[in-house]
Design a protein. Structure first.
Length: 245
């Protein structure tokens, strides 16, 4: 059976080690509908399985605090991104390197043992049109540290492909140029100046539509004005990982 976020797996067909690990992570005797694909991801990838085992306490704590379905889908998106990135052996990934429960990015990554960069994963909440990307972007700016390159990945539902984030960023910049402080204050920022300062921390904005096919799964906009840009080969490899099956 295919669900909104991928195939629903039968845990009875998974090795006992995988079943025990999933039960330990989700703290449920049976499968969690929001995490239906997790057993298959763990079984398919020894690297992701090792990642989950090393970080089982952090993942379990995060899921325990995600009581609502939408919150558990947020955690699902983070875990799926981790599984996809780790499928490329050129990447190494650390979960919540800034400390569990602290307002830091989800992952710190390296590509080919290069300079570390952060990956923050969020989900677009239901909303009208592409403008619903705005809260996903603005709500994360204060979470990104200024001393390292940061990539923001916004998971979007749908099978039509990822939304191009470029026009949204241009509109936000235009609002900042007009000093639309009230708009940014409505999203919890201290006006246009705070947005401009936060935007310097984003090296690239990526939208990811898991339900789409192939290259249509991802769209990105590199931030030419970022304080610490992300090297082109690293961004291309990250996009390729997110576009993979």
């Amino acid at each position: 059976m295919i669900g909104q976020h991928g195939p629903v797996t039968d845990q009875s067909s998974e090795p006992p080690r995988i079943v025990r690990l999933v039960a330990d992570l989700v703290e449920m005797p049976g499968p969690d509908p929001a995490l239906a694909g997790l057993p298959a991801w763990l079984a398919a990838s020894p690297r992701f399985r090792a990642f989950a085992e090393i970080n089982r306490d952090k993942i379990r704590k995060k899921l325990r605090g995600a009581a609502e379905t939408e919150a558990r889908l947020d955690v699902r998106a983070e875990l799926r991104v981790a599984a996809l990135v780790l499928a490329d052996r050129r990447f190494e990934l650390t979960f919540e390197a800034y400390g569990a429960g602290r307002r830091g990015p989800d992952f710190t990554a390296t590509f080919r043992a290069g300079r570390p960069f952060n990956v923050e994963v969020t989900r677009r909440r239901p909303g009208p049109g592409a403008a619903s990307l705005e809260p996903s972007i603005l709500g994360k700016l204060r979470q990104l540290p200024p001393s390292v390159s940061n990539v923001l990945v916004v998971a979007v539902d749908g099978q039509d492909g990822a939304t191009d984030p470029g026009p949204i960023l241009r509109e936000l910049r235009a609002r900042a140029d007009r000093r639309d402080d009230a708009f940014f204050a409505a999203w919890g920022l201290d006006g246009a100046a705070a947005f401009n300062a936060g935007l310097l921390r984003i090296a690239a904005l990526v939208t990811w539509a898991e339900g789409a096919g192939g290259p249509a799964r991802v769209a990105s906009s590199a931030n030419a004005g970022a304080r610490i840009p992300l090297p082109g080969p690293t961004l291309r490899a990250l996009l390729a990982a997110l576009a993979a099956e």
